[in-house]
Design a protein around this ligand. Structure first.
Ligand code: LMR
Length: 395
């Protein structure tokens, strides 16, 4: 059976990390995967996470199964983190299950949509995270795209987006990035969210909001503005969230899939379907990451500490956005890269072609995704000169 298998190409994002590790160039720079790094290039364990882990070591009462929804406390805390004091919580219309990371949440969402509507189509932004297409296709959905980024002018193609969304057939799903759009860093304004929410209501498509970077744009509440507005406007929606980036829990694999129904009764039915989807996929989610997050969110002191650490990560990345633009100019690049400072989160496109991306990798050991997406978190005041001089050379 295995002899018929063909070698597949490495994952466009994760494959870069493997190549980067194997590179012996002392000047190498990793701007590939979306993973936070400090000024020294290290991805730290947050102090609030360490404290929560210690608390769990001392106090965790059992390792018995928690069930397919995972920890009820985590699910409740995550729902509040995502939605704030939203009416859908008071109306008992939302059900959340813990998932193995944000990717797990997306796969659960995909399977859930397929259960509701076999053969359903989900529309994703062009461009979108490289794994969205694969996750939804694997779940049995058809995947189509709507315009999103204007590569010519390095801005949002909002007219194109809105026109396409107006044509989406009723009952199809539409994936929206809550904040810090991956890969472009280009987010919707408040007014644009309002227009998208109005179209969702008029057309009757199912919004599926992916929130993998809450807290990396402006702050925890501002980054959730669009999805909260959407929940004000439509009766049903799906939210996939992740604790990988904002809690720095990447390898612990913890996220959540939340589904809002029209009533408490329909939310109970939704919950039963979510549990059956999870049961056959992975039975139940890993517990450690959820235990850390619920411990932090159950303590005012740890929550405040987390807010401070999250702000530090966000401020460092924003500082690197400005530094990159300044250094490109001072190291002889005449092209205007100022758009990078008005984008959000970990990513922006450099706007160079695939051959130039490859040149950066082969000649200078600078690793960026083939689409020219850079992770700003990999830049530091130590490597920015080498980086910008190298970009100047390939330009
Ligand atoms: C990314 O987009 O780089 C991250 O979400 C990591 C991943 O799993 O692709």
């Amino acid at each position: 059976m295995f002899t018929q298998l063909k070698q597949l190409p490495a994952d466009p994002i994760l494959g870069l990390s493997v190549k980067f590790k194997a590179d012996s160039n002392a000047n190498k720079i990793d701007l590939g995967a979306g993973i936070y790094k400090d000024e020294t290039g290290h991805t730290p364990v947050l102090a609030c996470v360490k404290a929560a882990e210690q608390f769990r070591v001392d106090k965790e009462p059992s390792k018995a199964y928690l069930g397919s929804a995972g920890s009820a406390v985590f699910n409740e805390k995550m729902t509040a983190l995502i939605l704030g004091e939203h009416k859908v919580i008071a109306e008992n219309r939302i059900r959340t299950v813990s998932t193995p990371g944000g990717t797990g949440a997306l796969r659960v969402a995909g399977e859930f949509i397929k259960t509701c509507t076999p053969g359903a189509t989900i529309w994703v932004s062009n461009p979108t995270w490289a794994n969205h297409q694969g996750v939804f296709t694997a779940a049995g959905l058809n995947v189509k795209t709507y315009p999103y980024y204007d590569y010519e002018n390095n801005c949002l193609d909002f007219e194109g987006m809105l026109a396409a969304l107006k044509q989406v057939p009723k009952g199809d799903a539409v994936l929206l990035h809550a904040c810090c759009h991956n890969p472009s860093g280009m987010d919707l304004s408040k007014e644009q969210w309002q227009q998208v929410a109005d179209v969702a209501k008029q057309v009757g498509f199912m919004p599926v909001v992916d929130m993998a970077y809450q807290g990396f744009g402006q702050d925890l509440d501002a980054d959730a503005y669009g999805l909260r507005l959407m929940a004000d406007t439509v009766e049903q929606m799906i939210i996939c969230s992740s604790c990988s980036k904002n809690f720095g829990l990447y390898r612990e694999r913890i996220g959540a899939c939340s589904v809002i129904g029209q009533s408490a009764i329909s939310a109970d039915i939704i919950s039963s379907v979510l549990l059956s989807v999870v049961r056959v996929l992975y039975s139940m989610p890993p517990a450690h990451g959820a235990a850390i997050v619920e411990t932090i969110l159950s303590s005012t002191e740890l929550t405040n500490q987390w807010h401070g650490e999250l702000k530090e990560m966000r401020d460092r990345i924003n500082g690197m956005r400005q530094l990159l633009v300044d250094k490109l100019a001072s190291n002889g690049v005449t092209r205007d890269f100022s758009f990078i400072t008005s984008q959000n989160g970990m990513f922006s496109f450099l706007g160079i072609d695939k051959a130039q991306v490859q040149q950066l990798q082969d000649k200078y050991s600078i690793y960026i995704v083939g689409s020219s997406r850079i992770s700003l978190a990999g830049i530091s005041s130590d490597n920015v000169d080498y980086l910008t001089k190298s970009i100047a050379k390939i330009l």
